[in-house]
Ligand binder design. Structure first.
Ligand SMILES: [Zn+2]
Ligand SMILES: [Zn+2]
Length: 280
């Protein structure tokens, strides 16, 4: 975040917003700026990529499914926007520690002990670590003593749209995002790689809610896509994973996507339409 903050300071906040007497490295100023940037960044990524996905990828026939609730899209957006706002408070504190130099983020590729191969290795490490942690956090959210207080809000949407991607109780959303923040405090990671991965994981989260159930054949058993995640929304105790099916397989919660067996939400809509045509 320090690159983002530096750019915002140089081109906007220092010349137009803060008084000249307030130094750029003042703690309170940094916290306020980080709050603005975190909210702006998160809401923008959610709205822009969510809308692009909704209008260009999402199968709008799904809105005719009997489990698609009234005003669902506006409920999803309202919950997500509120949640992203509240989540930003603890997130900003972590970003603050990061820009104060407490993480293992680095700038110069030469600071990576393995150079470029090390950077590629860190991407794999980041995806593996966050996938593993999110699996267990998500699975814990389904424990009966926690579920109704936190995670139930996300499961209001049985047939999700891309806008459901960030529609969580704020604490649920923050806990599930925690692995992304913790990783660079444990493992070295290039700052630009981190920022790119952060944007990528938000887009990925949108994509597994987008109703585009196609997956290239060989990847069906490896990648946790929208076909897998819609079964999580429909059948509840399966496919908790984020990017991969690995932890669902190890944890005994893997379910082969019903969409790919001709029993998905679009098949159900097709059957209802055929039944209706027969009656008429
Ligand atoms: Zn869940
Ligand atoms: Zn979901």
């Amino acid at each position: 975040m320090d690159h983002v903050l530096k750019i915002a300071d140089r081109y906007f906040l220092t010349p137009y917003v803060y008084p000249a007497s307030w130094p750029e490295d003042g703690a309170l100023r940094q916290l306020i700026s980080l709050s603005l940037l975190t909210n702006l960044g998160a809401q923008t990524v959610y709205i822009i990529f969510g809308a692009l996905n909704f209008y260009c990828v999402f199968d709008h026939r799904l809105m005719k499914h009997p489990l698609f609730i009234e005003n669902q899209v506006s409920q999803e957006i309202q919950l997500a926007i509120t949640s992203l706002f509240w989540m930003s408070f603890p997130t900003v504190l972590i970003f603050f520690l990061e820009i104060r130099g407490h993480s293992k983020l680095f700038d110069d590729i030469n600071q990576s002990s393995r150079g470029w191969p090390g950077v590629f290795l860190s991407v794999a490490g980041f995806l593996f670590f966050t996938d593993m942690c999110i699996y267990w956090i998500h699975r814990s959210m389904h424990h009966k003593s926690i579920y109704k207080y936190l995670h139930k809000q996300h499961h209001l949407f049985k047939i999700p749209t891309p806008f459901a991607s960030h529609a969580f109780h704020p604490l649920d959303g923050f806990l599930q995002s925690l692995p992304y923040h913790v990783y660079p405090f444990i493992f070295p990671l290039h700052k630009v790689v981190y920022l790119s991965l952060f944007i990528f994981v938000n887009i990925w989260t949108i994509s597994i809610h987008d109703g585009d159930y196609r997956i290239p054949g060989p990847l069906i058993s490896i990648i946790n896509g929208a076909a897998h995640h819609v079964d999580h929304h429909l059948y509840f105790n399966y496919n908790y994973g984020q990017y991969f099916t690995l932890w669902d397989r190890l944890g005994g919660s893997y379910k082969y996507p019903s969409v790919l067996q001709g029993r998905g939400p679009t098949d159900h809509i097709g059957k209802l339409a055929a039944d209706k045509a027969l009656i008429q």
